[in-house]
Design a protein around this ligand. Structure first.
Ligand SMILES: [Zn+2]
Length: 397
């Protein structure tokens, strides 16, 4: 089994290019992870995902735990086999969906009590359970359970939440290490009564810790330092992109990355726009995920080299140009704006598919160009040109 590793190969200022190795292969960073909520990226097949160059997929633990269930997936040999995706997979902890989606939730020291948004059934997600569920799923990267704080929060609330996240991180890590020991020692006959139904379907799974601390610089510093002390394979920055001003988010990212080991990948969770990706790479981020390209595609919004384009706009009704003249994706090679607008207006399924293909291509291609610029020490000039290009054209409202 290939152990998890990461190597920085090029740097330009705080920006880095690197190679992350997981149990299911390598990921060139900086990288963007399309979101495959239910084990699929909405609107497109895995074949399409590979064609646009996706290297790693994010799947949501909350959804898969509720349906079809992590134990069913473990019996099917784990998530890779179940969904037919042989490249790396990262799973989140389920916490964010509990905080944002569950019907009713109360947070206690032991974990998050919640009711399923599907059938109202009651559940308790603890740091240990989040670890066990992800062991059953067998993702290559598991995330530790953290408390997701709403914005804005006062300093006292943010501190209490950060402290709880640290206690949960300790518990989640302990459980992870215990499961790993059980796997590495096959003659281990020790008591498994606390993890009776957990099957480790991916012995090479890594676990990432999460830095919290809201928008308080001192809390971010402390959270980073104490999370690193617990010790994870890598670190994520959570609790941003939750409604704070964009400059504040950039400031928190710039503040946090120097507190994290340079030898481990840094993952900015749930962000963001194409501009955010470029600006966060400039501040030392290596991994991203966001529903923006896929969700906006289904709503008819296309990200292009010249800004955003709302395909439902009447002015595209007889526009024969591709959505983005600079794009080489299947959609831009074969479809006019007029056709895409018609498909969207008609409620045709292909509208979502074609728009999603383009948006993911645009995101993944942006990351590809970032990596290339880092290879040649030209990231700063890429960054300038990227922003210039986006602001060159009048944007759709
Ligand atoms: Zn395109």
């Amino acid at each position: 089994m290939m152990p998890f590793s990461f190597r920085v190969t090029h740097t330009d200022g705080a920006a880095r290019r690197g190679l992350m190795t997981t149990a299911h292969g390598e990921v060139e960073t900086p990288a963007f992870m399309p979101v495959g909520t239910q084990g699929a990226v909405k609107g497109i097949t895995h074949r399409d995902l590979e064609s646009v160059g996706a290297q790693i997929l994010l799947c949501n633990t909350y959804h898969l735990y509720l349906r079809p269930g992590d134990e069913l997936i473990a019996r099917r040999g784990g998530l890779h086999r179940f969904i037919g995706w042989s490249k790396p997979i990262l799973t989140d902890s389920g916490g964010y969906q509990v905080f944002s989606l569950a019907a009713r939730r109360t947070i206690a020291e032991e974990g998050a009590h919640f009711q399923s948004h599907l059938d109202g059934s009651r559940h308790l997600l603890t740091p240990e359970r989040a670890t066990d569920i992800q062991a059953n799923l067998g993702s290559d990267i598991a995330m530790v359970l953290d408390e997701c704080l709403a914005h804005p929060s006062d300093a006292a609330t943010a501190r209490a939440s950060m402290e709880r996240t640290l206690r949960w991180a300790r518990r989640g890590r302990d459980r992870f290490l215990r499961l790993r020991e059980r796997v590495s020692d096959t003659s281990d006959t020790s008591d498994t009564s606390d993890t009776p139904d957990t099957v480790v379907t991916n012995a090479g799974q890594a676990q990432f810790g999460i830095v919290q601390g809201s928008v308080f610089p001192d809390l971010r510093d402390e959270s980073a330092q104490r999370t690193v002390e617990i010790g994870f394979e890598a670190y994520a920055i959570g609790g941003l992109s939750v409604g704070e001003p964009i400059d504040l988010m950039y400031e928190m990212v710039a503040r946090t990355t120097p507190c994290l080991p340079s030898s481990a990948p840094r993952y900015l969770m749930g962000t963001g726009t194409p501009e955010d990706l470029v600006e966060s790479v400039a501040r030392g981020i290596d991994l991203f995920d966001c529903v923006l390209p896929t969700r906006n595609a289904r709503n008819g919004q296309l990200f292009t080299s010249q800004g955003r384009l709302n395909i439902k706009n009447a002015r595209y009704a007889e526009d024969d140009r591709p959505p983005d003249p600079e794009c080489t994706c299947y959609t831009c090679r074969t479809c006019s704006r007029a056709y895409l607008r018609h498909l969207f207006a008609a409620g045709e399924m292909n509208a979502a598919t074609l728009n999603t293909l383009h948006n993911l291509h645009f995101y993944l291609d942006t990351l590809r160009r970032i990596r290339e610029s880092l290879l040649f020490g030209r990231f700063e000039s890429f960054r300038l040109l990227f922003h210039e290009s986006l602001s060159r054209q009048p944007r759709d409202p």
